[in-house]
Structure formats: structure tokens, C-alpha cells
Design a protein around this ligand. Structure first.
Ligand code: IDP
Ligand code: MG
Length: 139
């Protein structure tokens, strides 16, 4: 059964361009409740661990460089069917393929720099949330 939480990051490009407020507004307006949130910066080791599943992909080095170049907003979001509904809200990985009105369509520049992360499964949502937040930072 689907759990009701997912994990997101507003990635360095979204923060650099000043899109934090607009993206959080869209997330809230779409029915997600923020139950954990912080501005933080991933170290190289953090990014290599977080994206470990992609370590053999040709873009891994570029991905780690991108995700560590500046602060991100990390958050845990609550809503019925959170993982699937949030993936729908953010749109396809490549903004060129993302549906109109999705966060990536509106705010992402490219396949590599695509503004926002969304967990792809309930298990990964729990793992990724716990990677960034302690128990007393989750509400
Ligand atoms: P997702 O973020 O939509 O789940 P994944 O395939 O899990 O997409 O890839 C993780 C992240 O790696 C993407 O969001 C994007 O930032 C980056 N990425 C994925 N594919 C490429 C690529 O072909 N070139 C450069 N970066 C990529
Ligand atoms: Mg993914």
C-alpha cells in the first residue's frame, strides 16, 4: 500500500534562480503538507551516497558536481499517494518531455539541471528522508 510521505529537494539551480518561494507555493497549492524542511548543502560524499544507484552512469560525475555546487532545500512532504502524485507534479526527468504546468516544465533548464527531486518509491522516500533529517526534525 502507498504511504503518504515523499522526499524532495529543490536543487541548486532552482535555489540560484530564486525559485524557492514559487516552487514551495506550487507544492502547497497541490495539497502537499511540509512535515520537514531545511536549507542545506550536500558534500561530495553526501551526493555520491544519495545518488549511489547512478554511480556507473556516464553522467554521475556531472550530477555530483551539480548537486554540491550550492545550497538545496530538502523537505519531506505529506499527502495521500504522495510518491506518485509528487512525481506527477514535477514531471518527466527531462523538462523537454515534461507536461505543461509541471514544476520541471516551468523551472528546469535541462535534463541534468532539472530543478527538483522526487523520490521514486515509498522505500526510497523513507531512506532519502532519513538521509537528510533526524527524527526530531520530522513533524
Ligand atoms: P529522476 O530525478 O527523474 O528520478 P533519475 O533517472 O533518477 O531521474 O536521475 C537522477 C538525476 O540525475 C536527474 O534528476 C538529473 O538531475 C540527473 N540525470 C539523469 N539523467 C541524466 C543525463 O542523461 N545527463 C545528465 N544528468 C542526468
Ligand atoms: Mg530517480
Amino acid at each position: 500500500m502507498a504511504t503518504n510521505r515523499t522526499f524532495t529537494m529543490l536543487k541548486p539551480d532552482a535555489v540560484e534562480k530564486g525559485h524557492i518561494g514559487a516552487i514551495l507555493e506550487k507544492i502547497s497549492a497541490s495539497g502537499f503538507k511540509i512535515v520537514a524542511m531545511k536549507l542545506t548543502r550536500m558534500t561530495k560524499a553526501d551526493a555520491e551516497t544519495f545518488y549511489g544507484i547512478h554511480k556507473d552512469r556516464p553522467f554521475f560525475g556531472e550530477l555530483v558536481e551539480y548537486m554540491t555546487r550550492g545550497p538545496i532545500v530538502a523537505a519531506i512532504l505529506e499527502k495521500d499517494n504522495a510518491v506518485e502524485d509528487f512525481r506527477t507534479l514535477i514531471g518527466a526527468t527531462n523538462p523537454a518531455d515534461a507536461a505543461e504546468g509541471t514544476i520541471r516544465k516551468m523551472y528546469a533548464a535541462s535534463l541534468g539541471e532539472n530543478a527538483v527531486h522526487g523520490s521514486d518509491s515509498d522505500d526510497n522516500a523513507a531512506i532519502e528522508g532519513a538521509f537528510h533529517f533526524s527524527g526530531r526534525e520530522m513533524f
